[in-house]
Structure formats: C-alpha cells, structure tokens
Design a protein around this ligand. Structure first.
Ligand SMILES: Cc1cc2nc3c(=O)[nH]c(=O)nc-3n(C[C@H](O)[C@H](O)[C@H](O)COP(=O)(O)OP(=O)(O)OC[C@H]3O[C@@H](n4cnc5c(N)ncnc54)[C@H](O)[C@@H]3O)c2cc1C
Length: 474
C-alpha cells in the first residue's frame, strides 16, 4: 500500500514528498496539471527557507539559480536597510522564480524515490480505520495510509473534508503578467516612480530584453481567477494609472490574484492533513506564502513519517497543527497590516509614514523582518532555556558546520561534553561529539526540523526528554 498520497505538486507537496522519502515511506504525488506552470508567483526564498534547504543539502542547487538581495524593504515595501544582528547565517533574500523552486523540489523528491504523476486530479477522499481511498477524475481509486492536501488555496481536499476556511474574501484584485513594452527603459522607470507615489500596488519591473513583470490593480474582483485576463485589460488599467500602456505586447503569461485572507479551522481530520495554501491564504505582501508552505512541510514530514513508521509518541502528529496554525495566523495578521499600509487612502498613508519612522529603530526593523523571514518563530515546548522551541541557526563546529549534519532528517544531539548518550534512540537521533562556536551550552538536542528540544549536560534529564519527540527507547 502507498504510505502517503500528496494531492498537489506545488512547492509544499514536493517539499513534503522529499521529507517523507528521507524516512523510507512510499509516496505518491498527484498533480492536476499535465505540465508545470510558467506563471511566476513567488519571487524568492526568505532566510528560514534558505536555512531549510541548507539543512537538507539542497542550498547549492538553489544558490546556482538565485541572486541574493538585502533583507530591508520587505515589510509593506517600506524601504529600509537590512537590520543588524539578524540571528541567521543567511541574512539575505534568495531571489528565485517560483517555477525554478518548484522544479528543484520536484527533482529532489523524485531523485529520492517519490512518484510524481502529472495530469491526475483528485476528486474524492474517503477514510476508514485502516486508510484512505482517493478517487481521481478518471475514476481510478487509490489506497494509502495517509493523505495530505497540498492542493492550493481552492483545495479540493479541504472542501471534501468539510474543514471550514473562515476569513475575509478578496476585496481587491491585481493583474500580474510578463510582457514586452515598446517604451524605452528610462521613461518606463520615471513613469512608474511617479505613479507609485500614490499607488504602491503598481509596478513594471525589468526582466530581460525589453520584457517586464507588470503589476497593476484590476478594476473589480472576478468570480473565477483561474481564467487569465486578456492583454487588453492590462493595457486599459495601465492607461488608467499611468496615462500610457507603454506599448505592451507579446505577453509570456498573464494572471490575476486576489487578497483573500483565510485560515483552515483544522489541519487534520483523522488520516487526512492540510498544508501550504490549502490551509491558509493571504495576499503576497512580504513574499511569505511559499515559504510558509515549505516550512509546514518541513514540520509535518518527520512527524508523519514517525507515525507511519510506528515510533511516534502520543500527540506528535497533532503537534503539527499546534505549532503551525499559530504561525499561519501570525502571517495572516502581518499581511493584513501590510495591506493597510499599502492603501492609497490618507489615513493609512499617515500610519505608513509613522511605521517607517519607527523602523529607523533597528529593534523595530529587526522584529518585523524576523516575522517576514520566519526566523523569530518559537514553538511552545514549555518553560526552560531561552533556546527551547527556537530553530537553531547554522553554526561552525570543530569539524565543519551544524547544518551539514542534518541532511538525513533525523534528530541530532550535538554534545561538547562527550559524556552523553542516545542509546535506545540511535536509529532516530544522531549523536555528534564536537565543539561549537555558539551557543554557550554544553549540549543540545535538535529535532529533525532543527528546533531545539533540550539543552543541558544531565543524562537522566536527556533520557526524560527524548521520548517527548522520539518515542520509546528501542
Ligand atoms: C502574485 C503572487 C506573488 C507571490 N509571491 C510570493 C513570494 O514572493 N514569496 C512567497 O513565499 N510566496 C509568494 N506567493 C505565494 C505562493 O505562490 C504560494 O503560497 C505557494 O505557491 C503555495 O504553494 P502550495 O504548494 O501550497 O500551493 P500551489 O503552489 O497552489 O500548488 C498547489 C498544486 O496543487 C494542484 N492541484 C490543485 N487541485 C488539485 C487536485 N484536486 N488534484 C491534484 N492536484 C491539484 C495545483 O495544480 C498546484 O500545482 C505569491 C503568490 C502570488 C499570487
């Protein structure tokens, strides 16, 4: 039997497929579209996702296709320098178009042995005590132990499970596309700068050889955003805001997106789970959605694998929702705030000026960028050391560096005392005795997602903590 069916071969589903394969599960990804989309939604990876790729030995592939940009300016597009002392070895945005991210994650998942079937739409889900039956549009029935809906904002899985998706509907819509223009580059830049003084949601960004990424507010909110807008609609809206359509022609692709903000009531119904946009949608402000989905997958993968491989402690799989639902709620909140700050109305523009002044304080700037980059997240592991629940940044060791030790996706005891032991859990937790430049602690236990589960030098205390995340001793 298939262990996990993943509905949706976007970044969340593909990341999850790779994570599950690290633990030897049989994984099938069903993707509705026969071919990958050329539409470029996300433009980059934030620091925490860059770390995630590094932790799994994938960063080299991403760096080869991306460009590094400063972190400043990502909160509501308010132009500021990068904050100082950000707690990461990767204090940059890795600019990389989403189709490339999707392709790299697909390559990794299939290299590790996941099966990706394109042109397969899931239309039905039923579950019983032993497993899940998934129905495809062509009538095929498939059985698996678990199913994860990574099928985007209009998730079929979420609807079939009857999971509520409360929040606000789209109030504005934006046209987005790539096209050539006949206007010269200097005139385009000057006109855009002028329009953006009063309309921050307007932009033409040069890509290559006269091709621009065009963003312009739509006239209304459409019923079905899966239907691409015609070029003429772009031209009309460009004329409305800029007085010219810049001679736009020869589009590569055209799309539209809304600003609905919604969060699934639950992430799990029995053997079915939700991740990524299927669980949460929000406007793209700050560039967080793909990152959030990839990080959902990073949190869920090892827990679901532990459940299926039979060693998951009580409640481990449910901790996926306990940990990730509040993170998504926080992202929804910060995007709502950013959308207000992007409004052209006089009140919000005054608030924007005030927030901009406050961001001149480095602490404020850093706090906001930690939110956007997800480096400030602390899961609730109960009281104790200040590192508990936080993800550990990459640090230098006596030999090599921390993230190089995490490619396998197991837990890790990093120990400079040499007196500790993970006997009984050695199949789930790697024990590395080495020195590390920081933090100033004798030893730390990291979960497979790099979050700190224990800090100290006391063996009985360690043995008490190990079962919380890694189950009973073998
Ligand atoms: C204009 C724009 C800009 C953005 N910029 C950024 C950014 O800079 N940074 C960022 O982090 N995020 C950004 N985002 C958000 C990001 O694109 C999404 O959050 C991300 O794609 C979500 O990934 P996902 O895998 O969860 O869902 P999707 O990428 O939506 O993937 C879902 C997949 O499921 C498939 N599918 C759907 N239904 C079925 C079915 N029934 N059966 C089988 N397959 C199905 C779909 O074909 C699709 O391939 C942006 C979004 C927009 C609109």
């Amino acid at each position: 039997m298939i262990d996990v069916i993943i509905a949706g071969g976007g970044p969340t589903g593909l990341m999850l497929a790779g994570e599950l394969r690290l633990h030897g599960l049989r994984v099938l990804v069903l993707e509705r579209e026969a071919e990958p989309t050329p539409v470029v939604r996300a433009l980059g990876l934030h620091a925490r996702s860059v770390e995630v790729m590094d932790q799994r030995g994938l960063l080299g592939r991403f760096l080869a296709h991306g460009r590094q940009y400063p972190l400043g300016g990502f909160f509501a597009g308010i132009s500021k320098p990068s904050p100082e002392r950000l707690d990461t070895a990767h204090p940059y945005v890795l600019g990389i178009p989403q189709p490339i991210t999707d392709r790299l994650l697909a390559e990794r998942a299939t290299e590790l042995g996941a099966e990706l079937r394109r042109g397969r739409e899931l239309v039905g889900v039923e579950q019983d005590e032993a497993g899940i039956t998934a129905e495809l549009a062509d009538g095929t029935l498939l059985r698996s132990r678990y199913l994860v809906g990574c099928d985007g904002g209009r998730s079929t899985v979420r609807k079939l499970l009857g999971v509520g998706f409360p929040g606000e509907p789209a109030r504005t819509e934006t046209l987005l596309g790539e096209m050539e223009v006949t206007e010269d580059a200097a005139t385009v830049a000057a006109t855009v700068a002028e329009v953006r003084k009063t309309q921050p949601r307007f932009g033409l960004g040069p890509l290559d050889e006269g091709v621009y990424r065009v963003v312009v507010p739509a006239a209304g909110v459409s019923e079905d955003r899966t239907v691409p807008p015609p070029l003429e609609e772009f031209k009309q809206r460009l004329r409305t805001f800029a007085g010219t359509d810049f001679g736009a022609h020869s589009p590569r692709w055209l799309s539209r997106f809304g600003d609905a903000t919604r969060l699934a009531e639950r992430y799990r119904v029995g053997r079915a789970l939700l991740a990524g946009d299927a669980a949460h949608v929000h406007p793209p402000t700050g560039g967080q959605g793909l990152n959030l989905g990839v990080q959902d997958a990073f949190n869920l993968g090892w827990k679901l694998a532990a459940e299926i491989n039979g060693w998951a402690p009580e409640g481990l799989l449910d901790s996926y929702q306990t940990e990730r639902h509040p993170v998504a709620a926080d992202v929804l909140d910060n995007t709502r705030a950013q959308m207000e700050l992007l409004s052209a109305e006089p009140g919000p523009r005054s608030v924007r000026r005030l927030v901009s002044e406050l961001m001149d304080f480095d602490e404020v700037n850093r706090y906001l960028i930690e939110k956007i980059t997800a480096t400030g997240i602390r899961y609730d592991f109960g009281g104790g050391h200040e590192l508990l629940g936080r993800r550990m940044r990459d640090v230098k060791l006596g030999r090599g560096r921390l993230y190089e030790l995490m490619h396998h996706g197991r837990g890790l005891l990093l120990d400079r005392t040499g007196r500790l032991s993970v006997a009984g859990w050695a199949d789930r937790v790697e024990h590395v005795v080495d020195d590390f430049e920081e933090p100033d602690v004798p030893a730390m236990l990291l979960r497979p997602d790099g979050h700190v589960a224990w800090v100290g030098d006391d063996q009985p205390e360690l043995v008490e903590r190990l079962p919380t995340w890694f189950g009973a001793a073998g």
